[in-house]
Design a protein around this ligand. Sequence first.
Ligand code: HEM
Length: 431
Amino acid sequence: MERDGGGTRVATDDGATLTALTRGTDASAARGRRARPVRDWATDFDVLESSYIADPFGIWDELRGRCPVAHSGRRGSDWLTTRYADVTAMAHDTEHFSSQDVIVIPLEVDRPEETVLPFGLPPISADPPLHTWTRRLILPWFSHRRVAQYEDLTRTLCRTMVAGLAGRGGADAAADYAQQIPVRVIAHILGVQDDMADTFTGWVRDVLDRADDMDRRVQAIGALVSYFTSQIDERRACPGPDLLSFLLHTDIDGAPVEDGVVIGMAALLLIAGVDTTWSAIGSALWHLATHDADRRRLTAEPDLMASAVEEFLRAYAPVTMARVVVSDVEFAGCPMKAGDKVLMNFPAANRDPDVFENADRVVLDRAHNRHLAFGAGIHRCAGSNLARMELRVALEEWLGRIPDFRLADGAEVVWAGGQVRGPRQLPVVFS
Ligand code: HEM
């Protein structure tokens, strides 16, 4: 963890382990060595630089103006997109841009024999045809109708937590609240006991928050895979009404889904569903803690919640994804070579003034908001209905009981960045 100049700290949260552990890449550039400061973001960007993690918005504005597709030789990435049109075009161009490596910061793998996820994390790390049928299998579990069935559980969870915090006068809105919600909801969908939630959170944090501790990351993914392996044996013998049992009892062209694919899918749902949504809830609470007028307005006009949720997702989109260039291509005037890694910067696209009026302002009742927080094209987020519901309910329950809150005096907000940006420590006070 590094410290920047102000009351904000940053944690590297790059998600690098996934590729490292699933495919055994050898991106040696990424191993945690101390980086030199960036002098020119157009030719030498570093998405783990502390100033970028804490406040990337001005850097994106500058790049969009003078070099919308930036270049770098650092941390295994070659290109970084910042314009809405480019990001959208890339997300739709699966002919030139593959999802075989979607991890923003790759890490060196010393022990490729320890590859524990031979199919990766489908559908997110797969191209068609594996992508197509694995995505089709999970989509119904996150339809509007299904997600409505998870709302009561989410609301009760949030309400109970807020009731426990309300009398305390202060809390860490990220660790004590935002972080606790998505893991419990996805555990329920996967059919995992509630008392595993904290263990899951620990594994996901180890996988995603520990760019500098490969052993810990390897252990966490290993633990996750062993856990789902043991669950597979149990569910095969004794199926329940849950997603894991469903995957195990489904046929594809007359054959069962291989265990390795089921484990990869379960691991993805946990990793993709937890860190992202907790970051989105945390960023929204950070905004409300630091913008009095918006907080008062949203409390006084709860009907604004639907558009406010979209606006928080636009303005503080947590997720950046990578793609690998399949064959040489000129993209937005840049000569990309086969094997180059491109960062599809959905958060920067969401701040593009060519598409969004007052792009750098949060407008709670923004009327037109075709943001890219959930991506675009064939990999567009399969859990977006669930994420929206969790974000809405988390904010409704918090504001319903704690309408008046702000950052604690001298508060140190810790931001994670890289693949998923969001606050990991958010001390607030309230009366
Ligand atoms: C605010 C919260 C979330 C954000 C911002 C988010 C963002 C994204 C983005 C940008 C992608 C596209 C990846 C790409 O193009 O490579 C994606 C894919 C995906 N997300 Fe989410 N996500 C969130 C929550 C969730 C949740 C709650 C789940 C389910 C539990 C989920 C499951 C998935 C899956 C399965 C994919 C892969 C889809 C595919 O490859 O076809 N996400 N997400």
